[in-house]
Design a protein around this ligand. Structure first.
Ligand code: SF4
Length: 356
């Protein structure tokens, strides 16, 4: 079982491939190696972000990453974890659904990308395993404590091999057009060791990454680069500076050239589908309104964000934001878990056009 990172893909994401998804160059080398080694049953599996209104799912992600063509060329299987059975497993005392195909494989090769992440700072080997969860379990991870649960899932699956594809990286990932050349591949049996090295190459301290700290505590391992035998290139030779914390929604609003709209940065409780859906709805709603000035509009999403009491108009996007802001006056609710993109667009249009 090869588990790449194919976080998202579809027509709208066709230009954000470098440093975002595992490259076919690295995957093909792994497949060729496995075939030469005598492996006869090779599968590439993933469970990507789902935005059904845009036709964005695992199969569209495979297609845009070039993996569908690669699988055909090399005669290997591809599977969408969501369309396959899940095992119910206990993690941190709670029941979660983890792909049976991953758990029942006799050798799991985890192939993440070397990249930053706007919630978890980095997304490397341990974080990549979240893709093996059902959609429902992914949402519960965000609600119950993302970093701790990512670590516990990593310790539960324990892939036999981790190969970080660091041909490229991105600033402010997990999905961003701001890519950089790095030109490295890291491999190791211990996911924490390769993640400590990967985090250091990205210019960050592994002790600042919540799920790495949790994983080290759970497994009694070290976060110290000095304790890891790094062969080949040195971290100093290939290390770069990267940024993970540029607020994504504010960037969209700035790019659209509108004023008077604030979007507080959500925390770890925001799920990927909610996050990507809101980004898409914001861009499509504001892209043609350059130069417009709105009167104190605030758009809140996730249970971490509390609306400012002085804001004139508050949009609450999704079940979690609605529950966290019950007493807010002047609120406009967009229900759903995750809410539909068209519903967000419709509410923004209906209420903001009054201001124009
Ligand atoms: S409303 Fe959004 S953030 Fe909340 S659980 Fe649903 S998908 Fe996740």
């Amino acid at each position: 079982m090869i588990k790449p990172n194919v976080v998202i893909g579809g027509y709208y994401y066709r230009n954000t491939i470098k440093g975002v998804v595992t490259t076919t160059a690295v995957l093909e080398e792994i497949i060729i190696f496995l075939k030469n080694f005598g492996c006869s049953s090779i599968t590439i599996g993933e469970g990507s972000v789902l935005l059904p209104e845009l036709g964005v799912d695992t199969l569209s992600a495979f297609q845009y990453a070039g993996i569908t063509d690669l699988a055909q060329k090399q005669g290997v299987n591809i599977i969408d974890f969501y369309s396959q059975p899940f095992n119910e497993v206990s993690i941190e005392g709670e029941s979660f659904q983890v792909s049976s195909a991953v758990l029942e494989s006799d050798f799991v090769i985890n192939v993440p990308v070397l990249k930053t992440h706007n919630q978890t700072k980095v997304s490397l080997s341990i974080k990549n395993l979240k893709g093996a969860l059902s959609f429902k379990s992914k949402k519960r991870f965000h609600n119950l404590g993302l970093e701790r649960h990512i670590a516990a899932l990593g310790a539960y699956i324990r892939p036999q091999l981790n190969i970080i594809d660091g041909l490229y990286t991105v600033n402010n990932g997990p999905v961003s057009p701001d890519w950089r050349d790095v030109g490295v591949v890291l491999a190791g049996r211990d996911p924490l060791a390769v993640d400590v090295v990967g985090t250091s190459i990205l210019g960050h301290d592994p002790r600042d990454v919540g799920h790495l700290v949790e994983y080290a505590n759970l497994t009694g391992s070290s976060l110290d680069l000095e304790d890891i035998a790094v062969l080949g290139e040195t971290v100093e030779n290939v290390g770069i500076k990267t940024q993970w914390d540029k607020p994504a929604y504010e960037q969209i609003i700035m790019m659209c050239g509108v004023n008077g709209v604030s979007i507080p940065t959500p925390g770890l409780s925001l799920c990927s589908s909610c996050g990507f859906g809101l980004a898409m709805a914001l861009y499509s709603s504001f892209k043609d309104l350059s130069g417009r000035c709105f009167n104190q509009v605030e758009i809140c999403t996730s249970s971490d964000v509390k609306a400012s009491p002085t804001t004139k108009q508050v949009f609450l996007i999704g079940k979690c934001a609605i529950a966290a802001n019950k007493d807010v006056p002047n609120k406009i609710e967009v229900k759903g878990c995750p809410p539909r993109i068209v519903d967000i667009q419709e509410k923004l249009k209906q209420h903001l056009l009054v201001q124009i």
